[in-house]
Design a protein around this ligand. Structure first.
Ligand SMILES: [Zn+2]
Length: 657
């Protein structure tokens, strides 16, 4: 028995070290196969002996579910920090402190994570307990859940009694992966992390692939840490995951440049941060300054401009899209958000309005998420003057009576509804679609008004004389458009699929569909089951695709297009037997000679499978200018990289260049 326990201790140590090397240091020290073998041996021994060591890595998959969370007191109070919204407030903080006492110190600057803070207690080198912050004095015991976090060490080389504070986060890439498969999509990584950690079933926590960033030591029984720098070094030494960004500056003035830098860079991070934490580096000075009624004086949280704010909903405009779908657009009282004035936000459909119980005149919360149109999250306050939003009965563009599907309102007038027609034709002519230059919204509107151009095939019937008579059309412009139209008669199949404008079918999905089905005819015959079998196609898109081809108008429109001589070429399934066949390739940084889409499509022609993130299974990374963390990761994992010139060499070999 004792032999077995000893072996279990040994296995726990090796397997844990390998996991930390992989998840914390991005630097695998053993193969997956070897890891699996040792892990299985440990599981078997645990079954045989009925013993699970407290730091056993088998707990990473999560044990039995709890009935409820038990509350427990923190060893040392977890303070929240005083906040600053501007650089001036940081200077004020500094002079307030200098007025209390004279001191000379450096400052540490680090990320302010937008996650869930927890305190993790270790004793004798083993994790004992993890508590949420709660009210700072009492938190909830989430030990079993925390033990499943892949980057949280369950044992330390350090043997003293110690409490490490850090933040539980869900990486944005993990959130995206989760949302890819999930029926109920999660909107925000912070809530996703909190929901996963505060789930009574540790197996669910484990399945969400959370991470833990350590940033402070809250309590240490025996050792005294003299500075934030020392704490940081200690955390690194003990193999905690820490943010790459940690700076020591000699004066408060120097913090300004980091504020400006990180405010821009944060949008490229794979996790959410909402500011910077500034700490007086010397722990002695921190202690001497003491506390205000609520906060420690030696630390300050600088918050970036909020990505969320509230404003008044003034009205709703219903927009008709190219498929006839109506989208409610919220007209807002103009408000500043992340440095831009926001006047409009989206409310996805009528169901969304009902679900959020939004009324005109309400004060609503809006959120801006990466460069897309802001969204209304919920109602902040309603008033007795607020008015219900009426469900429209008629199309705002052509006044046809609307039809209603489960989620959306549609204008069924495909042939006569101007907004639909213009939307459809401009999308069709767009750059990544049929790529017909010169067909702007304004031109398409003109064509529709003058010649009744409404379906795809109509574009191919336009004559020189017709175009030439339009206002502002000279010989060259007219000829350019006609040339563009003629050239588009032999489109790449994936471009044509995208050009059809099926809801939810973007360029990437169009390429997948082209490769999978090989022709519009085959695609139009695909059932939901056929489409579900295709990787990367969500159920909702499968339904949209089937519904699109079930519509007689759409079928006729495509038929006419073929009749007039449009002939798609499918080069996606004639992939070349190149050295990249079946290889997983990641593109990073900017290329001089190709757009990302072009490079991806060329790689696919070479038979490569393009993925977005670098992992152990990546075969090759094509590195362009200003490559960032993906290159670092590739180097750390020892993945082969090539530059643009080498990429071009491969293309030349197969006459793709
Ligand atoms: Zn209409």
């Amino acid at each position: 028995m004792q032999d077995k326990i000893e072996r279990m201790k040994e296995l726990s140590k090796i397997v844990s070290e390998a996991s930390i090397a992989y998840y914390v240091n991005d630097n695998p020290i053993m193969s997956d196969k070897q890891w699996d073998k040792l892990y299985s041996e440990l599981v078997l021994l645990e079954k045989e002996t009925g013993v699970v060591l407290p730091d056993s890595p088998t707990q990473k998959i999560g044990g039995d579910a709890l009935d409820k969370f038990v509350k427990a007191s923190h060893v040392s109070k977890l303070y929240s920090l005083d906040k600053a919204q501007s650089f001036e407030e940081i200077l004020d903080w500094q002079s307030r402190n200098q007025n209390i006492m004279n001191f000379d110190t450096t400052y540490s600057v680090e990320y302010k994570f937008d996650g869930l803070p927890i305190a993790v207690e270790y004793d004798n080198g083993v994790i004992v307990r993890a508590l949420t912050r709660g009210n700072g004095e009492v938190g909830e015991d989430v030990t079993l859940q925390a033990k499943t976090i892949r980057s949280l060490p369950l044992s330390l080389a350090y043997k003293g009694h110690i409490v490490v504070q850090g933040e539980v986060i869900m990486k944005l890439s993990e959130l995206a992966k989760f949302n890819n498969d999930a029926e109920e999509k999660l909107k925000n990584a912070r809530n996703a992390a909190a929901g996963a950690l505060r789930n009574l079933d540790p197996k669910i926590t484990a399945s969400r692939n959370l991470d833990f960033f350590a940033y402070n030591i809250n309590y240490s029984e025996t050792d005294y840490f003299e500075s934030q720098q020392q704490i940081h070094d200690f955390l690194v030494e003990q193999k905690f995951l820490v943010a790459k960004f940690f700076e020591i500056v000699s004066s408060v003035e120097q913090i300004k440049k980091f504020i400006d830098k990180i405010d821009v860079e944060r949008h490229k991070l794979d996790f959410l941060i909402d500011g910077l934490v500034i700490k007086i580096n010397s722990k002695k000075v921190q202690e001497e300054l003491g506390f205000t009624a609520k906060f420690p004086r030696g630390m300050l949280a600088y918050k970036f401009d909020a990505e969320e704010t509230d404003t008044k909903l003034l009205g709703i405009t219903w927009q008709v899209g190219r498929t006839g779908k109506l989208t409610p657009v919220a007209e807002l009282e103009p408000v500043e958000l992340c440095g831009v004035t926001v006047k409009r936000a989206t409310l996805n459909n009528f169901n969304d309005i009902l679900r959020k119980k939004v009324k005109i005149g309400d004060q609503v919360f809006i959120r801006r998420s990466n460069e897309v149109i802001p969204e209304i999250l919920s109602v902040a306050r309603t008033s007795s003057d607020s008015k219900e939003i009426e469900k429209p009965e008629f199309c705002p563009s052509c006044h046809t009576r609307l039809i209603e599907t489960v989620a959306n309102l549609y204008c069924p007038n495909h042939i006569g509804c101007k907004k639909q027609i213009v939307g459809r034709l401009t999308h069709f002519a767009g750059r990544q679609a049929m790529n017909i230059e010169g067909l702007s919204i304004k031109t398409v509107e003109l064509l529709h008004e003058k010649f009744g151009t409404s379906v795809f095939a109509d574009l191919y019937k336009l004559t020189f004389d017709e175009l030439f008579e339009l206002e502002g059309f000279k010989e060259k412009k007219t000829q350019n458009i006609l040339d563009g139209i003629a050239a588009s008669k032999k489109p790449e199949l994936s471009n044509l699929i995208y050009a059809l404008g099926i809801d939810g079918v973007g360029q990437k999905m169009a390429r997948t569909l082209a490769a999978q089905f090989g022709s519009i005819e085959k695609l139009s015959e695909a059932t939901i089951a056929d489409l579900d079998a295709v990787p990367d196609i969500a159920e909702i898109s499968a339904t949209d695709i089937v519904e699109y081809f079930a519509d007689e108008f759409n079928r006729k429109q495509i038929e006419d297009l073929f009749k007039i001589g449009v002939e798609p070429i499918n080069s996606s399934n004639s992939s070349i037997e190149s050295e990249l066949l079946g290889k997983k390739v990641v593109l990073t940084g900017g290329l001089d000679n190709f757009s990302r889409i072009e490079a991806t499509s060329l790689l696919e022609k070479l038979g490569a499978v393009c993925t977005s993130s670098v992992s152990k299974s990546t075969d090759l990374v094509v590195v362009g200018k200003d490559a960032g963390s993906k290159l670092d990761k590739a180097m750390a994992l020892g993945v082969k990289t090539i530059n643009e010139a080498e990429f071009v060499e491969i293309l030349k070999k197969y006459s793709l260049r």
